[in-house]
Ligand binder design. Structure first.
Ligand SMILES: [Zn+2]
Length: 459
């Protein structure tokens, strides 16, 4: 599509966080070929389809850097429980009954919810990831999909991951990528963690590239007792090497991972709530990418990540919603606002997490975390045409003094006007163009009514 967006306020999220008033973005096919003042560009380009963005902000779309997309099906299924009980008594048992068709349906709902709230890309870890990749592809979103690996499923995991990479990495015009995803330190034993790290390196050599790397995506330090749970799970291992590694003492989860030699800049580490000083230094020294999931951490009462400390250490931090079963939404506007508020509140310091920093986390920092920043995360000449257009006409959006503050504190997902991904409108004038919304919603309602007849209020 060759088009020109004019009259808008552009938040470029480039290295200077430049804001262009009366801005203009020129798109040819899937690439941004120019960005600047409309007054300077309007006579340079002719014959392009024009979109008037008066009274609208144009930003890079948000990137949800840690989620489990198809868990939309379990939104509200088990709430107000501690994480371990939530996982072992509720989530793991029901997950065993989910089919590939269920995963496809849940992901379809997730991509609709995401696109309508301004999200272009999901970093998602779950089962039957072929189906998640399929649903994300069909909707035209970007995704990094990873099969979640556990010690008790070792035999299948490696081949599932290998096949996923072979089939999907850098597929669908480069919109889909694959990662290697160990679930956590308490569900994946140390020998298997090392094996999965090695697998990622081998897959990267064969299928990855500098601009499309295969990441290692893992839950880390979400609760304070992960190393205790790790010992309980693996100290009866038949391997003396595993026993030795499990029983040594560690100064935090990252100290443990470092001693296994698996820490590097290809890691996307979700949560990072309970960190020792040593952990924070290791995250910085090894350039690990952290994903902050404040809503999920609050809902499961996991604690509050020491985010200001991480930022002071120049660590790359992005944002995620976590799964829609522990949030219970995929709304990044909400996550952005709660991030800014939470750390001010608990630290009694209103100067922490300025609005522009939080918008960076949801855009360019996330693109860096996924190794995708040469193509997305900012609005710059030569990058992919991914644009989020936000309407400023509703009462809560006026007046406008500072665009970043408006996004973080005032605007809502319902203000999303249009979303372009790779030069294609996915949402235009608030209408989802690539997936049938009503049909998907009614299928989900029917799915719940059939599966849980006594729990569904819609049955
Ligand atoms: Zn998660």
């Amino acid at each position: 599509m060759n088009c020109m967006f004019f009259n808008g306020i552009i938040l470029t999220m480039n290295s200077k966080n430049s804001v262009i008033q009366d801005g203009c973005i020129v798109v040819e096919d899937d690439i941004i070929i120019d960005v600047g003042k409309y007054s300077e560009l309007k006579n340079k380009y002719h014959g392009y389809e024009k979109f008037d963005c008066k009274n609208k902000i144009i930003t890079p779309p948000f990137i949800n850097c840690h989620t489990h997309a198809s868990m939309t099906l379990l939104r509200g299924y088990a709430d107000d429980l501690p994480l371990f009980e939530w996982l072992t008594k509720w989530i793991f048992p029901v997950e065993k009954t989910l089919t590939p068709d269920d995963i496809y349906l849940g992901t379809k709902l997730a991509v609709i919810e995401s696109a309508l709230s301004g999200v272009s890309c999901l970093n998602t870890m779950y089962y039957f990831m072929d189906m998640e990749a399929e649903a994300i592809s069909q909707a035209g979103l970007r995704g990094v999909v990873g099969h979640v690996c556990f010690s008790n499923n070792k035999k299948q995991d490696s081949s599932l991951t290998f096949n996923l990479v072979k089939k999907w990495h850098n597929s669908n015009n480069g919109l889909i990528r694959v990662s290697v995803d160990p679930h956590s330190v308490y569900t994946v034993d140390p020998a298997y963690l090392k094996e999965l790290h090695q697998l990622r390196n081998e897959l990267n050599d064969k299928y990855g590239s500098q601009n499309a790397p295969i990441r290692w995506h893992i839950h880390t330090a979400e609760t304070s007792d992960e190393l205790i749970k790790m010992r309980e799970s693996f100290n009866s291992s038949e391997s003396s090497e595993v026993k030795r590694l499990v029983c040594e003492s560690y100064d935090g989860v990252f100290d443990y991972l470092n001693r296994l030699n698996v820490l590097d800049d290809q890691i996307v580490a979700a949560h990072c709530v309970h960190l020792t000083d040593k952990d924070i230094n290791l995250i910085r020294d090894k350039s690990v990418n952290v994903v902050h999931n404040p809503v999920s951490n609050l809902k499961l009462a996991s604690g509050v990540s020491p985010l200001p400390k991480l930022l002071n250490h120049n660590i790359n931090v992005s944002l995620g919603t976590d799964g829609p079963c522990s949030n219970n939404s995929l709304d990044m506007f909400e996550t952005i606002k709660i991030t800014a508020l939470l750390h001010k509140g608990v630290n009694l310091n209103p100067t922490l997490l300025p609005a522009v920093e939080v918008v960076k986390m949801a855009t360019i920092n996330a693109a860096k975390a996924l190794g995708w920043d040469s193509e997305i995360g900012s609005i710059e000449k030569g990058k992919k045409a991914d644009l989020l257009i936000i309407d400023l006409s509703r009462p809560h959006a006026v007046p406008l003094y500072n665009e970043f503050s408006q996004i973080v504190y005032a605007l809502k997902s319902s203000d999303v006007d249009s979303l372009m991904i790779n030069g294609r409108f996915i949402v235009e004038n608030k209408v989802m163009k690539t997936v049938n919304v009503e049909e998907t919603i009614s299928k989900v309602v029917k799915w719940v009514a059939d599966k849980f007849p006594d729990r569904s209020i819609n049955s």
